[in-house]
Design a protein around this ligand. Structure first.
Ligand SMILES: [Zn+2]
Length: 176
């Protein structure tokens, strides 16, 4: 989802601006945000599994979501370079939770998996060539469908930083 203010596309929640995130910033920001998220989750493994509201994900669920987002976007990079404006597989974010697919996730399992997801995404993204950045993909209806690969990299950063805010908020509310 995004809002347009004075011609700038912004996340209505965290104010992330996709156009302001250059491809060179993608990998460092993905690494930094996932490290920070993991620090929050690892600081309170039991609290990280608590839902502070029935319909708000726990920090472990946010972490598991982010791990899967990074794997999925990583594969979308290949689809986008090889195919012309492909429609890669969807994440089905809520269904993954509803199906119980994150029930086996813990602070400990995320400590192993999230850095691998971030690192493998980051090295893949950095291996792309400059001319690939303008390739297009059907991203999702939430984002007006067609987006570039450079935008997709920025969206990976957005997912990391947006959900870092979510787990920070959870940690504050669990501690109350
Ligand atoms: Zn956001």
């Amino acid at each position: 989802m995004f809002v347009v203010e004075e011609g700038r596309e912004l996340c209505p929640v965290c104010r992330f601006e996709w156009a302001a995130c250059s491809p060179e910033e993608v990998s460092p920001r993905v690494r930094a945000a996932t490290d920070a998220m993991l620090a929050v989750i690892s600081a309170d493994p039991a609290g990280s599994r608590v839902r502070v509201e029935a319909d708000r994900w726990s920090s472990v669920e946010y972490g598991a979501h982010l791990r899967d987002v990074l794997w999925l976007i990583r594969d979308r990079l290949v689809n986008t370079v090889v195919e012309d404006t492909p429609s890669p597989p969807k994440l089905h974010r809520d269904e993954r939770v509803a199906l119980g697919l994150y029930e086996g996730d813990t602070a400990q399992s995320l400590a192993r998996q999230l850095p691998v997801a971030a690192e493998s995404f980051a090295t893949f993204f950095d291996a792309l060539h400059l001319e690939h950045h303008a390739r297009t993909v059907i991203y999702s209806a939430d984002f007006g469908h067609v987006r570039t690969l450079a935008w997709t990299g920025a969206q990976a950063v957005h997912e990391c930083e947006h959900h870092l805010d979510d787990v920070r908020e959870n940690a504050q509310r669990v501690g109350r």
